[in-house]
Design a protein around this ligand. Structure first.
Ligand SMILES: [Zn+2]
Ligand SMILES: [Zn+2]
Length: 252
């Protein structure tokens, strides 16, 4: 039987490289009995796939109209920002952060800053990760990048942690717990793996399970994450397992 979560805090639309319009995502979520949907397209620094300030203005207008039209669902408008360099910079300005209902951030190869150090420190390790070459020294560097990002930006959710850039999950999880940032268990990228999740469980971090839907049928579907958390019996560590309301770091 198909199972859907009540609150999906990570979905894409045609405004980045998803297939559905904002309204189509919302309607699908309502059909599936959901209570919350967040529209979180790729960040401003991602060529071709990312949103633009102009697009975002139109998205705000669309969401405002949809909130009037569909009152039985909470519609949030945020972003899946990009970590763009080793320093942990993110492709968002302070002004843009204020305009977002929720801020997700993750690493995406194509959004890496187009400068030699970033290419060397992020793209090369990510390509090596794809080939299965992961060094301990690189894991430490990646972890520092994520921690520096979390220190400087009020990130609510880190998406698919460990995908492309491997992390020292214990150090990362501890920082997320201290700062109030949720660790996403990504069904789309199957990240973290079960082994990674076991390491994160040694810390006090909280998890969030999202679809990262790029197509309408994926909205609310989190099979990988559900299977894993039920197998490990860690439902109480997952903020949107039983509840659709979550506390956001960027709003506190
Ligand atoms: Zn992503
Ligand atoms: Zn995504």
């Amino acid at each position: 039987m198909d199972r859907f979560i009540k609150a999906d805090y990570h979905t894409h639309t045609v405004n980045s490289h998803g297939k559905g319009t904002i309204e189509e995502n919302v309607v699908k979520a309502i059909e599936r009995g959901m209570e919350v949907i967040a529209i979180t397209d790729h960040g401003f620094g991602q060529p071709f796939a990312g949103i633009t300030p102009k697009k975002f203005e139109s998205m705000k207008d669309q969401v405002a109209a949809l909130r009037e039209k569909y009152k039985n669902i909470k519609i949030m408008l945020g972003v899946e920002a990009n970590i763009i360099n080793k320093k942990g910079d993110v492709d968002l300005t302070e002004e843009q952060i204020k305009e977002m209902d929720i801020i997700l951030s993750g690493y995406h190869l194509t959004a890496t800053e187009w400068k030699i150090p970033a290419l060397f420190n992020m793209v090369c390790p990510a390509l090596l990760w794809k080939m299965g070459h992961i060094s301990k020294a690189q894991i430490e560097k990646n972890t520092k990048t994520y921690l520096d990002m979390l220190d400087r930006y009020p990130i609510d959710v880190v998406t698919h942690p460990g995908y492309l850039l491997s992390l020292d999950y214990k150090t990362f999880g501890k920082a997320c717990a201290e700062l109030g940032t949720y660790v996403e268990i990504s069904t789309r990228h199957e990240m973290p793996s079960k082994e990674g999740l076991l390491e994160l469980l040694d810390t006090d971090c909280k998890f969030i399970i999202n679809s990262d839907a790029h197509e309408l049928d994926q909205i609310g579907r989190v099979d990988y994450a559900l299977n894993l958390i039920e197998e490990l019996k860690i439902q109480d560590r997952v903020v949107n397992y039983n509840s659709s309301e979550i506390k956001l770091r960027s709003k506190s």
